[in-house]
Design a protein around this ligand. Sequence first.
Ligand code: SF4
Length: 224
Amino acid sequence: MARSYVREARRRGLGRRRERIGPIVARLAVEQADAQIALCFRSDLELLVSVMLSAQTTDVNVNRVTPALFQKYRAPEDYLAVPADELERDIYATGFFRQKAKAIRGTMRVLIEEFDGKVPSRLEDLVTLPGVARKTANVVAAELGHSQGIVVDTHVRRLSQRLGLTRNDDPVKIERDLQRVVPRVDWARLPHLLIWHGRRVCDARRPHCEDCVLEDLCPSSRLG
Ligand code: SF4
């Protein structure tokens, strides 16, 4: 399906990816001016833990759990000072609590041993933390102001395909395709723009093409 949208962009004479990406970002930046990470955090450590907890659940769900969690666990050592099952109970509502507790405790250990208890901002350091895959690392690095990649979640994947910016399904390949056409200065904000556009306008089941600011740039517009 993604492949046909790239071809469809050519068929509809919408211009090349490199030509469309500028207006796409500019229009979304106006429409989704408030687009930002939906997780609530006050420190680099809280950011890292929030993003780790957000796997397989919603940001809203994470935000329900973290106020009490961050009140109790303030430093990497605090996550190791309690028995594993206590941390599991404290993050239970985010789902996959056993794996997440194990990953968080492993990460805290590495932060203490390798990084002086601080959250690193380089992607290559972040991915060495237990349970921190490339997507999590990309989100954290971008929020810390050291964007080194483009976050590809379910919304970014769907929007990139619908807009004919990629022919691929695999998130790593989609990220590579986006990196080729998106100016580096926009790597951090593009995912937020696409995520909020995806939530508010380009719904997975029922895209509101009639209200979409990208309609004339989009090869999958239902009005085309
Ligand atoms: S025109 Fe429709 S399919 Fe294309 S981005 Fe907008 S809402 Fe989504």
